[in-house]
Design a protein around this ligand. Structure first.
Ligand code: 1PR
Length: 523
């Protein structure tokens, strides 16, 4: 039995699923006594340092945790569960950590995108039992804006490079903690969990060929999900957002099965978009939550879910906050949520008033679950204009002229799945959402969706140059070369595709094999 410390701030379901998939059982800690009597303890921290320590203090877990750590019994901290071991964090000045390891948690002060999101490697500084059976060039999933800085190197197990070298895991005897998420790192991550649980495993120190580790470009498989007219929940796919063919909703398979297939084929991340979420409120449309629950049982890469994240009043007058919808998605197994239509409305209001309300879905969800958990899904389409100053939007000069030879265009935001165009451009939307706390941009493109013509590099450049958070390029992938173009022609950290994967035209493995000697990918 593994004692499991869940203080209720995010998706810990996947860690439990990971442990259970290895045949072990988990007991969730409910009292301080459960910590003191534990024989093995797993602490997967999520959210923000300040609120984590506040909850641990309120539940009176701090002293029991300190005495558990002193006892030297096996402990695995993940992400914030690593940071908690230190004296304090720049994320919450004045708030004390557990102080088990001398040192502080600092924010990344670098020129690259922060948060550091994605698959990166490890430099092995010591042998450890958790590395038995792990390849030296394996990559693990990270998502964080802060990293630990121990006062001395004695406890450092691995480092990772992200502009600078930072500490990515520590070990002191049986106390092990990782900044990366083993439960989200595919089979290599599960191997680490397995090794931690089996204290009889021998130590290993894998060897890496190259000097510095590198963040991989991510390949994301996207599943647009909705009910057919008969009420079956299916993966569908639009052609410039029109998902009907001869009047019926295209049915490309079952969501849970397809997600599993993409995980096995090497997808670095899986995104579900509940595409009718703008009219079918997710808390009244429970099948989507069930899809997440079932998927997270055996898909061990990050899961993003979007659709219907907004405030809502039901027919009985009951009010729901967007935060409640997001919380339900996280509890069901999501790691990130994506916000589409609501983000447009929030930014419109912000641009009118110039004030942050603190109560928008973006602000509330990022405050509770962290910026990295909030993705903004943008559904823009091109609007051609005659000159750079023809409209008050952010206009780009384009190499693809318009129908009347126009050499300029702007990207109009839409809501409700592309049905309604708004007086707002995609670059401004992304910039304001970043200020409000979003951690990533999922950049679709209605003109390219389902066309197989390749990504709209001009759109991706315009948005990624305007923000410092990572951008996921989406819409239009037709072959492996298109991924190469987007990774070399833009700053996009990841690229998403749907149709070519669903129709088995280009398997994810082929995309990775094509890219492997050209750009950094996880193999
Ligand atoms: O507005 O917060 O409720 O979220 C609704 C979400 O559903 C938004 O993220 C929106 O992008 C999505 N959505 C709504 N309607 C559609 C539709 O297709 N009719 N899908 C839709 C958006 C676009 C991509 C697609 C890529 C890659 N789908 O996700 O997967 O374009 O496709 P490709 O590789 O085949 O070209 P809210």
């Amino acid at each position: 039995m593994i004692a499991f410390l869940d203080y209720g701030a995010g998706n810990v379901r996947s860690v439990i699923n990971g442990i259970e998939s290895l045949g072990e059982q988990v007991k969730v800690v409910e009292t301080a006594e459960d910590i003191l009597s534990a024989e093995r303890l797993v602490f997967p921290g999520v959210g923000a340092f300040g609120s984590m320590m506040q909850i641990l203090n309120e539940k009176k877990y701090v002293e029991p945790l300190k005495s558990y750590l002193q006892s030297g019994r096996p402990f695995l901290g993940i992400c914030l569960g690593l940071q908690a071991l230190f004296e304090g964090s720049e994320e919450a000045p004045g708030v004390k950590g557990l102080g088990f390891i001398p040192g502080m948690v600092r924010r990344f002060d670098i020129n690259l995108s922060v948060p550091h999101i994605g698959w990166n490697g490890l430099n092995f500084k010591q042998p450890s039992r958790i590395f038995t059976g792990v390849r030296g060039d394996e990559k693990f999933y990270f998502v964080h804006s802060y990293h630990v800085v121990p006062t001395d190197d004695g406890a450092v197990l691995t480092t990772t490079n992200y502009e600078r070298e930072f500490v990515s895991s520590i070990q002191i005897g049986n106390i092990i903690a990782t900044q990366f998420h083993p439960e989200k790192s595919g089979s290599a991550g599960l191997q680490i969990l397995k090794n931690f649980l089996d204290t009889s495993v021998e130590q290993a120190r894998p060897v890496r060929a190259s000097k510095a580790t590198r963040l991989a470009k991510r390949i994301v498989a996207c599943l647009d999900v909705r009910a057919t007219d008969q009420g079956d929940l299916v993966v569908t796919k639009g052609d410039q957002y029109d998902v009907r063919e001869k009047g019926a909703v295209r049915n490309l398979g079952k969501p849970v099965e397809l997600a599993r297939r993409y995980y096995q084929e090497g997808a670095d991340e899986i995104t579900f978009l509940n595409i009718t979420g703008f009219r079918d409120f997710p808390l009244e449309d429970m099948p989507m939550l069930e899809v997440l629950r079932q998927t997270s049982e055996n898909v061990f890469v990050p899961l993003t879910i979007g659709g219907g994240i907004r405030d809502y009043i039901d027919k009985k007058g009951q009010e729901y906050r967007a935060l409640e919808v997001a919380s339900e998605y996280f509890r069901s197994g999501a790691d990130k949520v994506s916000i589409g239509s609501d983000a447009v409305l929030i930014v419109e209001e912000y641009l009118q008033t110039g004030r942050k309300t603190g109560r928008s879905s973006i602000e509330e969800i990022s405050r509770v679950y962290g910026n990295q958990a909030v993705v903004i899904s943008i559904d823009p389409k091109r609007v051609y204009v005659q000159s750079a100053d023809a409209v008050r939007h952010q206009v780009i000069e384009t190499a693809i002229p318009g129908p009347n030879g126009e050499r300029y265009c702007w990207y109009q935001c839409t809501i409700k799945g592309g049905r309604e165009g708004r007086d707002l451009d995609a670059v401004t939307l992304a910039q304001v959402c970043e200020q409000l706390g979003a951690g990533e941009i999922l950049l679709n493109c209605i003109d390219r969706d389902g066309t197989n013509l390749g990504f709209d590099l001009e759109l991706i450049n315009a948005v990624s140059e305007g923000v410092s958070i990572p951008v996921i390029a989406s819409s239009g992938a037709g072959n492996a070369e298109h991924f190469y173009q987007v990774f070399t022609g833009t700053e996009a950290e990841s690229a998403l595709a749907a149709g070519i994967f669903h129709r088995r035209e280009v398997p994810i493995r082929d995309v990775k094999n094509y890219l492997k000697d050209k750009v950094e990918v996880r193999l």
